[in-house]
Design a protein around this ligand. Structure first.
Ligand code: P1T
Length: 379
């Protein structure tokens, strides 16, 4: 199957009871047994649930993986990956990443004896210098949140393989529509399914997809043992979201380009971060690795004043000032005080997350309305 067919049919089968085309929402915690162990494959919904399983198969299909796992949030999915490690292990991570991932690494897992190195990953050679015999995981986000750096997945996967290190990619910003990290050599692909996969800002969820059975079994064990699973209703919503992923992403990309080009030509704007620009430092990698450039971008108003950034986000009318991204509606965010507030100022400014930075999740409304909204807000 091609991608646009997989989003709709990948891993899916009609319901066995009545032929329902969409899987029923199996809103149950448990399943009747005729004798201990005498069940139809389902015992308890933390372990397995038919609606969640349908989603997990769909997720595996769109990422060209073999095994999918769905969690109660994106951070719960990351948490499960980190639980593959043991005290003393080391992780090399992108320095420009979602603030909540940084907080989970530094405030929770560091306390359990795991050591994190945060670096810019545009150059795979820089990673090799940090590898020790304790390095067990490389964690990359691409494009990064919110600076839109693009990391060469194939180059890093070669470094990871050579050194026998697990390589995980947070594919939230790009989605499987734009890039499939497993095809480029990653071992684990992770999503905040809250974003583009769900696509309608009505659910919080996370996912992992892998190819290797042994790795999948370890993760399924953690999923069940730690228990951060998502419910059947949320599973249904994300499965429904997947079915329109390709058409939504196509429009997100078109609108993203229109908004990025408008901002870049506006005299009141100093800098626009969007990988589709030829002068973006990672444009060549983005062009090679991604099908298009997505609907996320960040920008700084002329002069780089905090007050101007706040004025702009307060003035927006079609864009909503809110956390999150990837829904059909356009959102604007102020990373320094919102999504990335948990990263110390000094640390976040090193990667470019300054107080005047505004992040946009460009939705699928009419591009002209979005541009007019920005025009009036910038003034
Ligand atoms: O919010 P949750 O579903 O737990 O996912 C966490 C997460 C992980 N990875 C990336 C790249 C993310 O962007 C997120 C969540 N991000 C936001 C809420 C945000 O507005 O950036």
């Amino acid at each position: 199957m091609k991608f646009n067919t997989k989003t709709i049919h990948g891993g899916q089968e009609h319901d066995k009871a009545y032929g329902a085309v969409m899987p029923p929402i199996y809103q149950t915690s448990t399943y009747a047994q005729t004798t201990p162990g005498g069940h139809k494959g389902y015992e308890y919904s933390r372990t397995h649930n038919p609606t969640r399983n349908a989603l997990e198969k769909g997720l595996a299909s769109i990422e060209n993986g073999n095994y999918g796992l769905a969690f109660g949030s994106g951070l719960a999915a990351i948490d499960a990956v980190l639980k593959l490690l043991s005290p003393g292990d080391e992780v090399i991570s992108t320095n420009d990443l979602y603030g909540g991932s940084y907080r989970l690494f530094t405030k929770i897992f560091e306390r359990f004896g795991i050591k994190f190195h945060f670096i810019g990953m545009e150059n795979a050679d820089h990673i090799e210098q940090l590898i020790t015999q304790n390095t067990k995981l490389i964690w990359a986000e691409t494009p990064t949140n919110p600076m839109m750096n693009v990391i060469d997945i194939e180059a890093i996967s070669k470094v990871a393989k050579k050194n026998n290190i697990l390589f995980a990619v947070d594919n939230t910003f790009a989605t499987a529509y734009l890039q499939q990290p497993l095809d480029l050599g990653a071992d684990i692909v992770m999503h905040s399914a809250t974003k583009y996969l769900g696509g309608h800002s009505d659910v919080v969820m996370g996912s992992l997809v892998v190819r290797d059975k042994e790795l999948a079994d370890k993760l399924y064990f953690i999923q069940n043992a730690s228990g951060a699973v998502c419910g059947p209703m949320d599973s249904f919503l994300v499965l429904r979201g997947l079915k329109t992923l390709h058409v939504r992403m196509q429009r997100h990309c078109e609108n993203g380009r229109a908004v990025a080009e408008f901002l870049a030509s506006h005299p009141g704007i100093e800098k626009v971060y969007w990988p589709g620009f030829e002068d973006h430092p990672n444009h060549e990698i983005a062009k090679r690795q991604m099908k298009d450039f997505g609907g996320m971008l960040s920008f700084i108003p002329k002069g780089g004043n905090y007050a101007d950034a706040i004025r702009i986000v307060e003035n927006l009318k079609v864009f909503t000032l809110a956390e999150s991204l990837g829904g059909v509606e356009s959102l604007a965010g102020h990373p320094a005080s919102m999504t990335h507030a948990s990263i110390p100022k000094e640390e976040r400014e090193k990667s470019g997350v300054v107080d005047s930075l505004i992040r946009l999740s460009v939705g699928i409304e009419d591009a002209e309305d979005l541009i007019n909204d920005l025009k009036q807000a910038i003034g």
